[in-house]
Design a protein around this ligand. Structure first.
Ligand code: 5AD
Ligand code: SF4
Length: 467
């Protein structure tokens, strides 16, 4: 979600004639887009923000901007205002569309400040002040204080969804598409409902039009984004309510679109109709990210997840019965408050049983303002780390095995670009979202081609093009 917000911000800057450069030190504008989901990001944010001061000292015209989920939290904005006075623009997740206006406002305020500094300088110079006093007044205005010109816009989630914003895509042939914003689930560890607000779905026509436009611009694959896409409820122009599966069936009919993915999907809301769509919609990829968070029913209850271990296992079984080779990934939190060794063992056995293709594993991180932050029985960091290590070993072994099973198979790969490994190696994804590297010509980028898998490791596959 944040990455896609960054694409929108880049798109707006591109429209104004700015280009992206790799070197922050020589930039005219830097924007830090923040995530508040875990504490680590908080720490990195304040570290990075500190580094921006150096640029500001070198170049007083530099514009320092901060945005994203963290800016939806009052204590963070207050900390930025008090401890980082050189920050010029602060905006929240609901104000992204206003960024160009905020830049204009900042530049206008700076001009005004400059003019009044000039005037005062002239007044001081004509007045019979002692030289040291004059110097003091002049210096005060030469060092520009962002505080006087700073632009801050942070709303809550009451405003309408803003349509039609540009985006500078990270990839030419695939794109993220937001279908909804916010979350109503209030998992007890999670800050998102407080920062991103309540669920709001885009109109189906707006989504379809955006995707049709994207396909005309060479996009072959879309990933539909929402905190919980399964609770999508879009009201069409004719008043009819669409659910998520309606959207998938409509996208199946979009010319030029070849692949549909989505994330994220809450297990409690995954419908039988959506499982059927995996079978009936050939464009819907054989891959699902289905966060389990914990394998223990009692922990799941304390997390407010609304499903049991058994229900989750049953759901995965249903998916696999319908689509036998579906790839499944997950999110797991280790060391949720009060997690006993037995409860953690339930997560390990669940991981062994499900055999995920890949997993994002997280140490539980206290998020101020969430119910779990107030739970008394927080788990010591050492215990969390030790459990984390055990879980990751199982997850990685499983990913390795799953990937090894691909060796010898021929897979359809959407060729996304050049691999990090070198310019003569291309990279792409299988239908099941496995990353594959293989030798090939740049002209193939954007095509879906057959690739024979020749080797595998924990996180990716290697292959050869088949003509
Ligand atoms: N601590 C650790 N992980 C968290 N996540 C969300 N909140 C927290 C937290 N407080 C994880 C969940 C979610 C993923 C995006 O981030 O696993 O699915
Ligand atoms: Fe957070 Fe739960 Fe909503 Fe996901 S479903 S964003 S974990 S509250």
């Amino acid at each position: 979600m944040n990455e896609h917000d960054s694409e929108t911000i880049s798109g707006m800057l591109q429209q104004r004639g700015y280009t992206q450069i790799p070197d922050r030190e020589t930039s005219d504008i830097a924007i830090i887009n923040t995530c508040s989901v875990r504490e680590n990001a908080d720490k990195r944010f304040f570290g990075t923000l500190g580094q921006l001061k150096k640029i500001k000292v070198q170049n007083p015209e530099f514009v320092a901007c901060v945005c994203g989920c963290m800016m939806q939290q009052e204590h963070i904005i207050n900390a930025v205002k008090q401890k980082y006075p050189w920050v010029d623009i602060i905006f929240g997740t609901h104000n992204i569309h206003e960024f160009p206006d905020m830049l204009d406002e900042l530049f206008a305020a700076r001009e005004k400040q400059k003019a009044s500094a000039e005037k005062e300088r002239a007044d001081v110079e004509t007045a019979a002040y002692p030289a040291d006093r004059r110097g003091y007044n002049i210096a005060k205005h030469d060092v520009r204080s962002a505080k006087d010109t700073r632009v801050v816009r942070v709303y809550d989630d009451k405003k309408e969804i803003i349509e039609g914003l540009p985006a500078k895509r990270l990839f030419r042939h695939k794109s993220f598409v937001n279908i909804m914003y916010g979350c109503n689930n209030f998992c007890t560890y999670c800050i998102v409902p407080y920062t991103r607000g309540r669920e709001k779905s885009r109109r189906p026509e707006d989504i379809l039009n955006e995707i049709r436009r994207l396909t005309q611009d060479d996009v072959k694959e879309v990933t539909l984004l929402g905190q919980n896409v399964n609770s999508y409820k879009g009201i069409a122009e004719n008043g009819r309510e669409w659910d998520f599966t309606d959207l998938i069936y409509a996208l199946q009919e979009v010319d030029g679109l070849q692949r549909i993915r989505f994330m994220t999907s809450h297990p409690k809301d995954l419908s039988d109709r959506l499982i059927r769509a995996f079978v009936e919609c050939e464009k819907l990829c054989n891959y699902i990210h289905l966060p389990v968070q914990s394998g223990s029913t009692t922990v799941l209850q304390r997390m407010n997840r609304h499903y049991t271990r058994e229900q989750y296992i049953e759901l995965v079984q249903k998916l696999r019965d319908a689509v036998p080779d579906i790839a499944i990934s997950t999110d797991i939190i280790v060391g949720f408050p009060g997690e006993t060794e037995e409860e953690f063992a339930d997560t390990l056995t669940l991981a062994e049983l499900i055999r995920y293709d890949s997993a994002f594993t997280f140490l539980y991180s206290i998020r101020k303002g969430t119910p779990a932050a107030e739970y008394g029985d927080q788990i010591p960091e050492t215990v969390k780390h030790e459990r984390f290590g055990r879980l990751v070993d199982i997850m990685n072994a499983c990913s390795r095995q799953k990937n090894a099973a691909y060796v010898g198979r021929t897979e359809k790969v959407l060729i996304e670009g050049v691999s990090k490994k070198g310019s003569d190696t291309l990279t792409g994804r299988t239908d099941s979202f496995k990353l594959v590297d293989f030798p090939g010509e740049l002209s193939l980028i954007g095509q879906i081609r057959d690739v024979k898998i020749t080797d595998s490791n924990t996180f990716s596959l290697k292959g050869e093009l088949i003509d």
